[in-house]
Design a protein around this ligand. Structure first.
Ligand code: GRF
Length: 192
């Protein structure tokens, strides 16, 4: 499930195109019709669909019911959030208990929530990174499955840091997805 550019989604789809991959992508879902990732998914021959949150007048209940019905139609048994910007309700999460992964751009449990790159710079840290974790009812707090780290350089701003982190995120998410499917859930550190 995506909301934007979908570079993590693209990395996962490319990896799943590999015949030895244990998963098959059945649906890319977005909450936003303008999400660039929808076009990419289409180009890659993966079914995509949008449930426009805004046109549902921000009605989260209807939004999530529609998501669930689309996911059920495709018999989805694992959801990868990849830049999906809506916070999912406890009800949705318990419907897919232990079946939702997310990638968050920080070394969790540091910097839950938004603006992680700027907050890492402001904190004076020498390191930044990303975490793939299971989604639980508390925001960015589920079991950590893998992490990657990169240095924060003297001239970094939020956008340069974000850009440098993305390739490491892709590598991390691909590996964690493969491991998760083979039931390896001990946290792994993935280097760039
Ligand atoms: C990534 O930084 C990811 O960690 C965060 O949202 C961003 C999505 O980027 N959850 P993309 O759409 O995968 O390029």
């Amino acid at each position: 499930m995506i909301s934007g550019t979908g570079t993590n989604m693209t990395a996962l789809l490319k990896d799943m195109a590999n015949p030895n991959h244990p998963a098959e992508p059945v649906l890319v879902l977005s909450d936003c019709p303008e999400a660039k990732g929808l076009k990419v998914a289409k180009k890659m021959g993966v079914k995509s669909s949008c449930v426009d949150y805004k046109s549902l007048r921000n009605n989260r209940e209807v939004f999530e019911e529609t998501l669930i019905s689309k996911l059920k139609q495709e018999n989805v048994d694992l959801i990868c959030l990849a830049g999906f910007k809506r916070i999912l309700s406890e009800k949705f999460i318990s419907h897919y208990e232990n079946k939702i992964l997310n990638i968050h751009p920080s070394i969790l449990p540091l910097f839950k929530g938004l603006n992680t790159h700027q907050r890492a710079i402001n904190s004076g840290m020498a390191l930044h990174g990303a975490t793939v974790h299971m989604v639980s009812k508390d925001l960015d707090s589920g079991r950590i499955l893998g992490q990657t780290i990169i240095p924060i350089l003297r001239n970094d701003d939020a956008s340069s840091l974000k850009l440098r982190l993305l390739p490491a995120e892709h590598k991390l998410y691909k590996l964690v997805l493969r491991r998760f499917i083979s039931r390896q859930i001990d946290p792994i550190l993935v280097n760039k």
